[in-house]
Design a protein around this ligand. Structure first.
Ligand SMILES: [Zn+2]
Length: 224
């Protein structure tokens, strides 16, 4: 069920009061339009019509796509320690409520970054799996090891031949695209599967750059 509430928000910049719709939960089968709004960056983003200021609301959002067997718990947060605590809490409360039993063949994700949330929607919409794309992103960044610190990669799109990633360079203030053929995607997917990676969740998971780094380390250790 999609759940929302009207909330009065004061613009942090000009003080103007706004009545806005805050979403706490989105279930795609009930409200496909909301998914489109989310992908367009219209959900839980405050935009002031007086001064133009924009801000992400500090509201947690639960995204549920039954068809894709995908559930994403999103809580905006930039602090690593808080992130860890939030993640532990969601795991504990899910266990206690027994809801995991009903989500047996799901992918359950916990994210704290709005762009990461949208990226996951796109990845699964394109018939891809985020555990593979995270590893590919890391491999794309590793092509220039001396610039890894200043760069981040995001999934962009797919076309007939493969996947396109966007690479943002903070230092150079530039954005590049990097392509990965489907064959590479499939090879990595199979390698990960053989090394024990599950493409369905047994519990909530954080699948991000750190996750990919741990997987790649495991790979390297075995190859030695
Ligand atoms: Zn304003």
């Amino acid at each position: 069920m999609s759940i929302n509430a009207q909330q009065q928000i004061k613009c942090p910049k000009c003080g103007q009061l706004h009545e806005i719709n805050v979403w706490h939960s989105i279930t795609v089968s009930d409200s496909p339009d909301l998914k489109a709004d989310l992908l367009a960056g219209k959900i839980n983003i405050f935009r002031c019509d007086s001064c133009g200021a924009a801000a992400l609301l500090p509201t947690p959002l639960l995204y549920h796509d039954e068809e894709q067997r995908l559930m994403i718990s999103f809580t905006p947060c930039t602090d690593e320690l808080t992130k860890r605590q939030l993640f532990d809490n969601i795991r504990a409360s899910s266990k206690e409520s027994g809801e995991l039993d009903a989500l047996d063949d799901y992918n359950l994700r916990f994210v704290t970054d709005y762009n990461a949330l949208l990226e996951k929607l796109l990845i699964f919409d394109n018939g891809l799996h985020d555990k593979v794309t995270e590893v590919l992103k890391l491999m794309v960044l590793m092509q220039e090891p001396d610039k890894m610190e200043q760069r981040t990669a995001m999934f962009g799109k797919t076309d007939g031949d493969g996947l396109e990633f966007m690479v943002f360079d903070k230092k150079e203030e530039a954005c590049y695209t990097s392509r990965v053929p489907y064959a590479t995607y499939n090879t990595i997917k199979e390698e990960l599967r053989r090394s024990g990676v599950k493409y369905r969740s047994f519990d909530w998971e954080i699948v991000d750059a750190d996750y990919a780094a741990r997987l790649l380390n495991g790979f390297n250790n075995r190859m030695e």
